[in-house]
Write a protein that binds this ligand. Structure first.
Ligand code: PLP
Length: 397
């Protein structure tokens, strides 16, 4: 049966994690995987998450199945958080999923069911798992321009020139905030323009929210989603709690559909549940229970959102220090693009070969597309990092 199957290409991030863990050079800087690390270089376990996790374990809850739509109280509370407690025109329905990735897959399956001819448009570049998931769902995809690779800034006109040609068989995948991998920021004006385009051309916006709270704040980061939701009749939204709750391995997420009628919203929700049911039966519940408990309890929510705000401040300070070091060591302000961005990531103007040289000669680990995770940069290694990047990209004074 399986003798002739092809060997798939290795997963870049998993491979780099394994390679970096074997690299014991003391000057190593691992910026490959998208997780937030504390000052001691450990993946952060957030205080509120730790407290609730222990509380739940001590309570000795049973581990019975949740329904295939998941815990609907969690789904509702997460929806309120993601929409910044703002009402939107229309009817939102959703299901709990295994991470944001499970949410994306369920939505893509729903799109395939509704319109097998739909084409999913992803930004160039986009999160590494987007295209494989679209392919696995059996849908067509194409890229729309996003970054100007020379200046590492948003190629606004190229993006809108492409998107304005789209129509009702098209789905445009947008990152809710903190674009992965580029860190590029969409302004409110961009979101308004996108919303108007979606409305006039009747394409479906599909928003992937994986970094709420990492740009300007929990409510502020909902601005793009709210702008679109209040303009169009229909949208799809997948949400990940992996980053903003630090619950990566617990697989906590959700999928939502905005519909013009309650009946359509109900049908979408039931179909989404069937998509999950056919994949993993019911979603995992421990992480969702943690998120629900935190959102519901004002004191815990305060501890969590404060800690998230501190993480955000730290990432912003790394951006500032990194830019200052680039400017000082290179003698120009090319790298100032890093300052105007948001979230954990930025891209270096480096080829895959140069990224490999960074790994091989300098023990600096980033992705082949130039992505580095700023949240993993230890401050005392900034000077070394900058010096090495400038040497490899030939940008030294
Ligand atoms: N969407 C984006 C844009 C991401 O960057 C990531 C993770 O890096 C995900 C989704 C995956 O989220 P999850 O781990 O919850 O499946």
């Amino acid at each position: 049966m399986f003798a002739n199957i092809a060997q798939p290409a290795a997963d870049e991030i998993v491979e780099l994690m394994a390679r970096s863990s074997k690299d014991d050079r003391p000057f190593k800087v691992d910026l490959s995987v998208g997780v937030y690390k504390d000052a001691n270089n450990n993946v952060l376990l957030m205080q509120a998450v730790k407290a609730v996790d222990q509380q739940l374990a001590n309570a000795g809850r049973n581990k019975s199945y949740v329904g295939s739509k998941g815990d609907l109280e969690y789904v509702q509370l997460l929806q309120e958080l993601v929409f910044a407690n703002q009402a939107v025109t229309g009817f939102v329905s959703g299901v709990q999923t295994a991470g944001g990735s499970g949410g994306l897959r369920a939505i893509l399956d729903l799109i395939k069911l509704a319109n097998p001819k739909a084409k999913i448009w992803v930004s160039d570049p986009t999160y590494a798992n987007h295209i494989p998931t679209i392919k696995a769902a059996g849908l067509a995809y194409e890229e729309y321009p996003f970054i100007d690779y020379k200046t590492m800034t948003l190629d606004e006109s190229a993006m809108f020139n492409t998107l304005e040609k789209l129509g009702e068989n098209d789905v445009v995948l947008l990152h809710g905030s903190c674009h992965n991998p580029s860190g590029l920021r969409l302004t409110l004006q961009h979101w308004q323009q996108l919303a108007q385009l979606a409305k006039s051309n009747n394409f479906l916006p599909l928003i992937d929210t994986a970094y709420q709270g990492f740009a300007d704040g929990l409510n502020e980061d909902a601005a793009g989603l709210l702008t679109i939701a209040n303009t169009v009749e229909r949208l799809a939204l997948c949400v990940s709690c992996s980053k903003n709750f630090g619950l990566y391995s617990d697989r906590v997420g959700a999928a939502y559909i905005l519909s013009p009628t309650q009946a359509e919203a109900d049908k979408a929700q039931s179909q989404l549940a069937i998509m999950s049911k056919a994949t993993y039966w019911v979603p995992p519940s421990n992480g969702a229970e943690i998120v629900k408990t935190i959102i519901k309890d004002p004191a815990l929510k305060n501890i969590w959102s404060e800690e998230l705000a501190q993480i955000n401040i730290k990432i912003k300070s790394i951006r500032t220090k990194l830019c200052a070091a680039f400017c000082q060591q290179s003698g120009d302000n090319y790298f100032d693009y890093i300052l105007s961005q948001e979230g954990m990531f930025a891209m270096l103007p480096a080829s895959p070969e140069q990224m490999e040289q960074l790994r091989d000669q300098y023990a600096i680990y980033g992705l082949n597309n130039g992505r580095i995770n700023l949240a993993s940069i230890p401050e005392h290694k900034i000077e070394y990092l900058v010096k090495s990047i400038l040497a490899v990209t030939h940008r030294t004074k």
